[in-house]
Design a binder for this molecule. Structure first.
Ligand code: C5P
Length: 246
């Protein structure tokens, strides 16, 4: 049995803390602790509060995914990764387009620092191609003459070979990444909407059940839970939809 197959439905739910301020984020955590597997701290909170946000997550004693997508030369990303390990996050991410050398240097730094601090190593995953980029943009702006799907698949393989734990991927890409990278490679999928929630600004959505059926390990859900009148109930409904597919 792999680590992923042992995950419960609740453990697979990551709630995006896209909150306007720290009071909202704290309120959401209070409501949802025990109902979800992880919280996601992104650029917005980090840009406003800096590393104080890590102290808050530590004080709240909740596992979190630090989603700031490091992208720089190998030495710089490895150094930044070394710095964040001490804060004790469960997962963080980099851009796969930083290259295999950068990702390998990152893993080495993370392993060394976790061993030195005697803490469990955080999971490290990569963003392949941002879902906001289209095939035309890949071609015109980046000079990549492949489909988005082929580029994502290629970068997922590079990520796996560099020793990372997995990738962030849209539902559309989950099945092919699973085929290319195997069952032990983590896939984290945003763009999730239960039938009862609004799509908001998400363009191609899948339900929690569909995402699990496609083979993803974790789903990232924000507004369907955080804008709901009863956040706890929304989280529970999503978990029970996932349970039906496990
Ligand atoms: O509110 P919603 O469920 O749309 O939030 C989804 C979260 O996942 C947001 O934090 C968003 O930035 C993130 N995300 C996404 N699509 C991607 C990558 C990240 O929606 N391709």
């Amino acid at each position: 049995m792999t680590a992923q197959t042992m995950l419960t439905a609740k453990g697979r739910l990551i709630v995006a803390l896209d909150a306007k301020d720290i009071d909202d984020a704290r309120r959401w955590i209070e409501q949802l602790r025990g109902e979800v597997g992880m919280f996601k701290v992104g650029l917005e909170l980090f840009a406003r509060y800096g590393t104080a946000i890590f102290d808050i997550m530590k004080a709240e004693q909740v596992p979190y995914f630090f989603d700031c997508k490091f992208h720089d030369i190998p030495n710089t990303v490895a150094g930044a990764s070394r710095s964040v390990v001490a804060h004790g996050m469960h997962m963080f991410n980099v851009h796969a387009t930083g290259g295999s050398e950068m990702m390998k240097a990152t893993m080495q730094a993370v392993e060394e620092e976790s061993a030195a601090l005697k803490i469990q190593r955080p999971l490290v995953i990569a963003v392949t191609i941002l879902t906001s980029l289209t095939r035309n943009m890949l071609d015109d702006e980046l000079g990549i003459q492949r489909t988005v799907e082929a580029t994502v698949g290629r970068l997922a393989i590079v990520t796996k070979r560099a020793g990372l734990d997995g990738v962030v991927a849209s539902a559309k890409e989950v099945a092919s990444i699973r085929t290319l990278c195997g069952k032990d490679f983590l896939i984290v999928t945003p763009g999730i909407r239960p039938d009862w929630a609004s799509d908001d600004d998400q363009k191609r959505v899948v339900t929690p059940a569909e995402a699990i059926k496609l083979g993803t390990d974790y789903i990232v859900v924000g507004r369907p839970i955080t804008r709901s009148k009863d956040m706890k109930d929304a989280a529970r409904r999503i978990v029970s939809e996932m349970e039906g597919q496990l």
